[in-house]
Design a binder for this molecule. Structure first.
Ligand SMILES: CC(C)(COP(=O)(O)OP(=O)(O)OC[C@H]1O[C@@H](n2cnc3c(N)ncnc32)[C@H](O)[C@@H]1OP(=O)(O)O)[C@@H](O)C(=O)NCCC(=O)NCCS
Length: 157
């Protein structure tokens, strides 16, 4: 898969597997207040309910992107980058890698939801052409914040 440079360290986008669950849980705890359980990660990584791309810089996972695919649709479930490694293009690289993969697979549509206050993530998604299609009021269990719903027509990009 694709690679990039982070300072002097070589970073690679890699497919995460069950052996990465501990590292992913540690990274997720740094990125979110609301955490997936080990069981939820196992559901994805062992049983295929969803997939995870990671960026490994040296031996460490610096960021990850969880997504699911159903027929010709893709949904972004989670995306996080280590706080000290933000604003270096890691999330952009993960998104580029995922969207290229989707195009190669003939996926037509991408979906996601994001907290209304999450300006960094909204800016990132909009820069890839995601368009807001709706709002789900008080959607998130942790903060009761509204979810903004976005989609992307992959056949047009
Ligand atoms: C959102 C997040 C994944 C971005 O990761 P990142 O690696 O820092 O992002 P990148 O460096 O690749 O930036 C790509 C684009 O995202 C947007 N962006 C990232 N951080 C931003 C910030 N603090 N303010 C505004 N825009 C920001 C910009 O459009 C940026 O493009 P630019 O650098 O050309 O301006 C990261 O801030 C994060 O992990 N946040 C906590 C978890 C989270 O909220 N995840 C999203 C859940 S929906």
């Amino acid at each position: 898969m694709e690679s990039m440079q982070n300072n002097d360290i070589q970073c690679r986008v890699v497919k995460m597997g069950p052996e990465d669950i501990d590292s992913l849980r540690e990274l997720e705890a740094l990125c979110f207040d609301y955490h997936w359980t080990e069981e939820q990660f196992r559901l994805g990584l062992e049983r295929g309910a969803f997939h995870v791309l990671g960026i490994k810089c040296g031996n460490r996972i610096s960021g990850y992107l969880a997504y699911s695919i159903l027929l010709d649709e893709m949904e972004i479930l989670n995306l996080g980058v280590r706080p000290e490694e933000r604003r270096k293009g890691i999330a952009r690289k993960l998104m580029q890698s995922l969207l290229q993969k989707c195009r190669d697979m003939g996926i037509q549509k991408g979906f996601l939801d994001v907290k209304r206050s999450n300006t960094p993530a909204i800016s990132l998604y909009e820069s890839f052409g995601f368009k807001q299609t709706g709002v789900r009021k008080k959607y998130y269990p942790d903060t009761k914040e509204d979810a903004l719903l976005y989609d992307l027509d992959l056949s047009q990009t």
